[in-house]
Design a protein around this ligand. Structure first.
Ligand SMILES: [Zn+2]
Length: 215
């Protein structure tokens, strides 16, 4: 009974420690501090049975692997076959963040900024523009893309989307379709104001897409 009790208590303690840490740590610091944090958190449990220790070690290893996997996506957001050099990657996020300040979102209050890296190398920005007739609302990504195309661009290389929510915001279905129209290989960069970043190919976000090559 004592063994079961201690075991359950220990597991609960570790899971809580991991969860709190996962929520609080910054992506860039995640891998370096995560394993240490988990180990540190279990130190107060001094009277552990052998069974409990084995369980804790197992859970800690699992937590550490999970943390490292999370960090891999966060600290190395640039895909290996990305179209976006590191300096442009930052410029796109900064441009989208700035454009977000112009968002017209009186109804949802959900401000979105976007920046497009066009085929020429120029960057075009956009924000979401809502309307009292909700269906007429235009997303930030499409605003930026339409600006680029209307300026004479034919292709786009990357689209950045910046919001201020913990979970990164991916383009909606309509925007994915519009992005795909101008390049099957477009990099979609998602970021928030806390520094969390991720990059995916549009072909992954919109698999088996209907596009210009479908006719
Ligand atoms: Zn959209």
């Amino acid at each position: 009974m004592l063994v079961t009790c201690t075991l359950l208590k220990s597991i609960k303690f570790i899971l809580e420690a991991s969860r709190v840490h996962m929520e609080n740590c910054k992506p860039a610091q995640h891998a370096s501090s995560c394993r240490r944090q988990v180990i540190f958190k279990i130190e107060p449990n001094m009277n552990l049975t052998p069974t409990a220790i084995i369980a804790i070690v197992g859970i800690s290893v699992f937590a550490a692997i999970s943390c490292n996997n999370t960090n891999q996506n966060a600290s190395q957001p640039t895909a290996q076959n990305s179209n976006v050099p590191a300096d442009i990657f930052k410029t796109l996020i900064d441009s989208a963040t700035k454009a977000r300040n112009n968002a017209y979102a009186p109804y949802s209050k959900f401000l979105v900024g976007s920046a497009v890296l066009a085929g020429s190398g120029a960057i075009y920005t956009g924000c979401n523009v809502e309307n009292a007739s909700f269906g007429l609302t235009n997303c930030a990504e499409r605003t930026a893309i339409f600006k680029a195309i209307s300026a004479g661009e034919k292709r786009i290389k990357a689209v950045a989307v910046v919001t201020d929510v913990p979970e990164l915001t991916a383009p909606c279905g309509a925007c994915r379709q519009v992005i795909y129209e101008f390049g099957r290989d477009v990099d979609v960069i998602m970021a928030n104001l806390k520094g969390k970043q991720k990059i995916e190919k549009i072909s992954k976000l919109l698999p088996d897409a209907f596009g210009p090559g479908s006719f």
